[in-house]
Design a protein around this ligand. Structure first.
Ligand code: NI
Length: 175
């Protein structure tokens, strides 16, 4: 397994509309293994393939809930949501140390394929619901910054530019 570089906003790949996975082969398994390791080392709750430069509908999530454990989601879709939109502070590994309030549904049901190509369904509330919506957005080129007001968007853009403007648009998590 290896730790992958995580792309930083505004890297253009973060805006890609990712392709669905068609073959559930060892290449996919390796991608998932590397994404899981990278997410844990980066202390993230989720990581989506475009964040490591791969334009495929693949994401991994672990909110720390032991009952749910690690989720590997291939070609995920939100099939149901319930409750009223709720604002909560959100962050993203492509925007290190930046947080902003985003409105999300408090409960969602997602259908996805596992690494073997078997369809499964997962229901998430609270943090898991937020993570599922956030990560699935990534697969369609949508970022949490898109939900915040113009003023805060500009602030975040400036913060990112100030911090990373003169460097390459990625970072390498380490233990
Ligand atoms: Ni993110």
């Amino acid at each position: 397994m290896s730790i992958l570089n995580i792309l930083l906003y505004p890297h253009p790949v973060l805006r890609s509309k990712c392709k669905p996975v068609e073959t559930f082969d060892t290449e996919l398994h390796q991608l998932l293994d590397n994404m899981v390791e990278t997410m844990y080392v980066a202390n993230g709750v989720g990581l989506a393939a475009p964040q490591i430069g791969v334009e495929l509908q693949v994401t991994v999530i672990d909110t720390g809930d032991e009952e749910v454990g690690l989720l590997e989601l291939v070609n995920p879709t939100i099939v149901e949501h319930s409750g009223e939109l709720q604002a909560g502070e959100e962050g993203c590994l492509s925007f290190p140390e930046i947080y902003a309030p985003v409105e999300r549904y408090p409960s969602v049901r997602v259908e996805a394929y596992n690494r073997k190509g078997e369809l499964f369904s997962v229901e998430g509330d609270e943090l898991l619901a937020v993570a599922l919506q956030h990560e699935i957005d990534h697969l369609h080129g949508k970022l949490f910054i898109d939900y915040v007001n113009r003023f805060r968007q500009n602030q975040i853009r400036k913060q990112m530019k100030k911090r990373y403007g003169k460097k390459e648009l990625f970072w390498t998590p380490s233990n």
